[in-house]
Design a binder for this molecule. Structure first.
Ligand code: SF4
Length: 694
């Protein structure tokens, strides 16, 4: 793919990188994509774009693309290219053989937040209807599953409350554990525009992020907390609000459950939640916490944006509930300029959660144990559904090592690189008797696979993505699939090979089925998407054109429920053996494990992951900029080069995870969120020492 010449035609589609969901005009010359031009009518981006969506699309025609299905009897054997029919028959026979030998529940699958809503819906349907169990999970497990739990518990809906544009009416913007400049660049531009207009900024992050350098007339505050202490900080902020009588009493009375509020009020006023008490835990001075709480509570409109620095902790779900508590206590929900806004990492994290990928929820977050819900799906799908939730991803790994889980279908996720504690993941994958990987590249996970089904890039398929503001955007086919099939067609063919018939002719038909079974999608159709451009769910009879801002009058659960959010220290603590805390994040030019961006010119901007270390910690260890470092944790060890940086605080080191050879996840542990098993990527106790060049 090269940028040249005048286009002959163009196709409007959606970026497949981050959760902002920018619309693009893909400009074509013949069958060649020559340019991606940000689309001025795009609901999320209004003609803006970042360096990833704009330029990093060449991976779609990279020579590494897999163009034919491959199989092998054992992972020691070389791959054999075969026809689609042979590969799918081989995969189906293996799954059947495993189920025959080890039982129905010995197989499962993982959906991808990179794939479309329709593809994700189909994979979970395949697992529930054709495999006959609920062993379905999504890569959102390892990023925003605590958002699902925390928001559903408190405000009744597992989704952000606002549109991105709403930030332009915020007076104080709170950013917690997120770095939008690198991870959500187009939204970050909008946010900076609002800061320049005079909104105040509060950042809670162990690192000094770029946003803090944006001129903000409304004043800025950085709360540089220690990794793993989010909950202590959010409780301290809420303590100040309540103790100083800064609550929105009218909102609490009208919109929140009175008993839950009374219990929470008693809890939050306890002396150990006071900022003077939490300072020793968080490292943030009480005066800073008090100033931040007063500023947020006093603002006419206070908006909270958060990222994986909130969710990827052993108390990720608790922290999400803590954020909801604070927003409810101050009445910052239900109008423009306020709200709780999870910044979703991948393009379709919201969608993969909406589409029933989790083992306990059918599409639309309808619980599998609810008999009426299950009956509705059973009638539509013509099968009996298991009422018991299935295995989550980490449970699948554990069960594989124990020998009770034997076959796995993974669509569009590189679990061997992206999940924590690589050694544990690899041991699980090695123990499988059948691993089916569907991907566009021979990724790290494929090294353990028996069947490789070529995936289609976002340019080669029709469907929809749902962005972080619940906006359903159309994805339109720009070029034919390199291997001849879109991903939904592959899942459908596998289902048919297994004996459970599927017969969709276009993703529009899959969306029609989703709409018929999912109340929040009841009014969604491709025809309406063509007419409106995009739709923010819920979209149904009450809101036929969608709902940009949620919870204006009530919550789906009626009254908002304050939750008790006691702080529990992470098991990962600095010790004599591992005295530093490692936290991880992303850089603008690369994306996640880098499978796509490393195969584009973006690689030139960031060719390796490095370890940011504070000058004080570096000096103690005799480390200079560019030195090779050995980094070890209780999970494993790796090497990286040093970058001396004052963006981190003493005692905290930081790296990105875009390159497989540096293997950041070799050292992250398998600690996880108590409620959802989301891994604690953001806190790993490590030792760092200078080593000779590897
Ligand atoms: Fe794509 Fe996100 Fe960049 Fe928009 S901000 S172009 S969605 S990577």
């Amino acid at each position: 793919v090269i940028e040249q010449g005048q286009p002959e035609h163009s196709v409007i589609t959606t970026c497949a990188y981050c959760g902002v969901g920018c619309s693009f005009k893909a400009e074509m010359k013949g069958d060649q994509l020559i340019r991606m031009v940000p689309y001025k009518n795009g609901g999320a981006n209004r003609g803006h774009a970042c360096v990833k969506g704009r330029f990093a699309f060449g991976y779609a025609t990279h020579r590494d693309r897999i163009t034919a299905p491959m199989i092998r009897e054992t992972i020691e054997q070389p791959w054999r290219s075969v026809s689609w029919e042979t590969a799918l028959a081989f995969a189906a026979e293996r799954i059947k053989a495993v189920q025959h030998r080890y039982g129905r529940d010995s197989v499962g699958g993982i959906t991808s937040s990179r794939c479309t809503n329709e593809e994700t819906y189909l994979v979970q349907k395949l697992i529930r209807a054709a495999f006959g169990n609920n062993n379905t999970d999504t890569c959102a497990r390892v990023c925003h599953s605590p958002t699902g739990y925390g928001l559903k518990t408190t405000i009744g809906e597992s989704a952000g409350t606002q549109t991105f544009e709403s930030v332009m009416q915020a007076d104080v913007i709170v950013v917690i554990g997120a770095n939008p400049t690198d991870a959500h660049p187009v939204f970050a531009s909008q946010l900076r525009r609002r800061l320049r207009q005079g909104a105040g900024l509060i950042v809670a992050d162990p690192r000094h992020i770029d946003l803090l350098d944006t001129p903000h007339a409304g004043g800025g505050l950085h709360l540089p907390l220690r990794p793993g202490t989010n909950v202590a900080l959010i409780n301290a902020l809420a303590h100040v609000v309540v103790a100083e009588g800064l609550e929105d009493k009218d909102f609490i009375e009208r919109r929140c459950d009175a008993d839950a509020y009374r219990s929470w009020r008693r809890f939050i006023l306890a002396p150990d939640n006071a900022p003077e008490a939490t300072a020793a835990v968080t490292g943030v001075a009480a005066a800073q916490v008090r100033a931040a709480a007063r500023r947020y509570a006093a603002a006419p409109n206070g908006a909270i944006y958060y990222g994986l620095g909130v969710t990827e902790h052993s108390q990720g779900s608790t922290m999400v509930m803590g954020i909801a508590n604070l927003a409810m206590a101050t009445g910052n929900i239900g109008r423009a300029g306020v709200g709780i806004n999870p910044l979703r990492g991948q393009n379709n994290v919201q969608g993969s959660c909406d589409m029933g990928s989790f083992p306990h929820e059918l599409p639309g977050y309808q619980h599998i144990a609810d008999t009426a819900v299950r009956r509705r799906f059973e009638r539509a799908w013509g099968v009996s559904l298991d009422p018991e939730p299935g295995l989550r991803i980490p449970n699948m790994f554990d069960a594989a090592i124990e020998g009770t889980f034997k076959a796995l279908y993974v669509q569009g996720e590189d679990i061997a690189q992206s999940d924590p504690n690589t050694q544990h993941v690899e041991a699980a994958l090695t123990a499988l008797e059948c691993l089916i990987v569907q991907d566009i590249f021979l990724n790290e996970t494929a090294k353990f696979a028996h069947v490789l089904l070529p995936g289609a890039s976002f340019l080669e398929k029709n469907g929809t993505f749902t962005n972080a503001e619940r906006r359903i955007n159309r994805v339109r086919k720009v070029m034919p699939p390199l291997a001849g099939k879109e991903d939904w067609e592959v899942t459908q063919a596998l289902s048919n090979a297994l004996g459970y018939p599927m017969d969709y002719r276009h993703p529009a038909e899959i969306m029609d089925e989703i709409a018929s079974l999912t109340p929040s999608f009841a009014g969604v159709s491709y025809a309406k998407l063509e007419r409106l451009g995009s739709i923010q769910w819920p979209c149904n009879d009450d809101h036929p054109e969608g709902m940009p801002i949620m919870h204006a009058e009530d919550f789906p659960i009626g009254k908002g429920r304050f939750a008790i959010t006691g702080y529990v220290a992470s098991e990962e603590r600095a010790s004599r053996r591992f005295p530093l805390l490692l936290t991880t994040g992303r850089i603008l030019s690369q994306y996640n494990v880098g499978a796509q961006t490393r195969r584009t010119a973006n690689q030139l901007w960031h060719a390796e992951d490095v370890l940011d270390i504070h000058p004080q910690d570096a000096q103690e260890r005799g480390i200079s900029d560019g030195d090779w470092l050995g980094i070890s944790s209780r999970a494993g060890a790796t090497v990286m080069r040093a970058r001396i940086s004052t963006r981190t605080q003493p005692g905290v080191v930081y790296t990105t995870f875009h390159h497989p050879h540096s293997g950041a996840n070799v050292i992250t542990t398998d600690n996880s969120d108590w409620a959802t098993n989301c891994p604690e990527y953001k806190v790993t106790a490590v030792q760092v020492e200078k080593v000779s060049r590897p």
